[in-house]
Design a protein around this ligand. Structure first.
Ligand code: NAP
Length: 251
């Protein structure tokens, strides 16, 4: 059990690699106890070991969970609250792509992305808001994408889910403002991770050309934005979309 006067507890979904693992490392460095969620217990354990070897034992908890399974996700967040006594920060970062042109996209490709990228955030927010309301303090950060702001050919499912996250977040921000709970979105551009590694070279080149800073982003640069929004100091910022995209979208 975490002492209530001590570390805030931050749940991070998709924490086994890429942006989520970096968010977890950064929040831990910023003094949070991090709850690491994804389907891959082994990789989560490796992230926990890395965090604890650098910062000290007992600073991370592994909770393997498939976020597309709403009941399992709800139960996992309930477990985190039961075991740690508080849930202060929720970062909905887990995400997948199933790219296809709309005319070729199957119902399964559409549904899988909506269930994993959007419905999971709704379920996790609902579960985490209960302890946050009790504590009269909370930070929700949903990881969207520039695709959710401006669309992307071949990603109608992904863009719909990512745009949906923005509407979800702004609604939560309005519903929860009186409870001292903020809800914000971070929308990354092209970040170097497993997700973008597999893209064909011409797609990467197009993304590079569309990025005024003329480089790809690093996971740590997204994590830094999340750490700010999760901090005590960010208490007057809610319902916002913070793009971390090298200037790709300036809207
Ligand atoms: P990534 O390297 O592919 O990692 C995805 C993470 O999501 C993994 O930890 C994965 O864990 C987890 N995940 C996927 N499906 C899951 C499920 N059903 N249940 C639980 N966990 C699941 O992706 P990334 O690039 O770090 O992206 C992280 C987030 O940023 C995503 O929401 C993505 O859409 C968004 N984003 C990324 C970029 C970019 O350029 N990379 C740009 C904009 C937005 P397991 O496989 O271990 O379950």
């Amino acid at each position: 059990m975490v002492d209530s006067n001590e570390r805030r507890v931050a749940i991070v979904t998709g924490a086994s690699r890429g942006i989520g693992a970096e968010i977890a490392r950064t929040l831990a460095r910023h003094g949070k106890h991090v709850v690491l969620m994804s389907r891959d217990q082994g990789r989560l354990q490796a992230v926990k070991t890395e965090i604890e070897s650098q910062l000290g034992a007992g600073l991370a908890t592994v909770l393997a969970c498939d976020v597309s399974d709403g009941a399992a996700l709800d139960e996992a967040i309930g477990r985190a609250y039961k075991d740690l006594g508080r849930v202060d920060v929720l970062v909905n970062n887990a995400g997948i792509t199933r790219d296809n042109l709309l005319l070729r996209m199957s119902d399964a490709e559409f549904d899988e992305v909506i269930r994993t990228n959007l419905r999971s955030a709704f379920v996790a927010c609902r579960a985490a808001l209960r302890p946050m309301m009790r504590a009269k303090w909370g930070r929700i950060i949903n990881i969207s994408s520039v695709a959710g702001l401006v669309g992307n050919a071949g990603q109608s499912n992904y863009a719909a889910a990512k745009a949906g996250l923005i509407g979800l977040t702004k609604s939560i921000a309005k519903e929860m403002a009186s409870k001292n709970i903020t809800a914000n979105v971070v929308a990354p551009g092209f970040i170097q991770t497993d997700m973008t590694e597999v893209l064909p070279a011409p797609v990467k080149e197009m993304a590079l050309q569309a990025t005024p800073l003329k480089r790809f982003g690093q996971a740590g640069e997204v994590a830094a934005a999340v750490a700010y929004l999760a901090s005590d100091e960010a208490g007057f910022t809610t319902g916002q979309v913070l793009t971390v995209d090298g200037g790709m979208t300036m809207c």
